[in-house]
Design a protein around this ligand. Sequence first.
Ligand code: FE
Length: 196
Amino acid sequence: MQEGKLLNFVKELAILLETKPSEEIIFSKGKALLENLVAVDDWLPEEFCKAHPQYYQQYLLYADPLDRFSVVSFVWGPGQKTPLHNHTVWGMVGQLRGQERSADYHQQADASFEADESFLCQPGQVATVSPNTHDIHVVENALSDQTSISIHIYGGNIGRIERAVFDPTTGAEKLFISGYANSVTPNLWNTASNRV
Ligand code: FE
C-alpha cells in the first residue's frame, strides 16, 4: 500500500520530535522511520524525480511550520556532485534510487580538509550528518549513467539556513543559502491520485 507513505512519515516524525528527543534517539527511531520510507521506491511523484542537466536538484517535499524539520528529495544526474559543505543541523540521508557516494571531511591543523573513507549508499540505506560529530561532507552520484535520488531529512528548514561551502585545500569558507528547485510542493493528502 503506497498511498500516504510520505504523510505517515511526516506524522510519525512530528510525533517523535514532539518528545524533544536527543540526537541519539533521532538517529535511531527517526532513522528507522526514514529506512521504512525509502524501503520501496514507489511513492515519489515524477515532478520531484527530475534531474537537471547541469546541477543536482533539491525539491522541498515538506517543511514543518515550526522549522523543526524538512523533507527534501535530492536528484543527481550522472556525474553530479556537491561542493564540500556543512549543514549546521542534524540530517539523515535515505537512498531511494541509484547509488550515492559520500565522504566526511575533517579540518586539519593547516586548515585544509581531509576525507575519511567514502561510503557507498545503496537503496534503503540511511546515512547521517551532525554538527556535533560529522557535519562536513561531499556527496556524489556514484552512477555514471543513471539518476540517483535520496530523501533528506534535516533538523530545520535546510533551504533557508545559512551554511557554508569550503575550499578543501585552503579551508576558506563561503556562506550560502541553498533554497529549493521547486515552487510547488506535493499534496500529501491527495492520496487517491497522487501517491505521496
Ligand atoms: Fe550534505
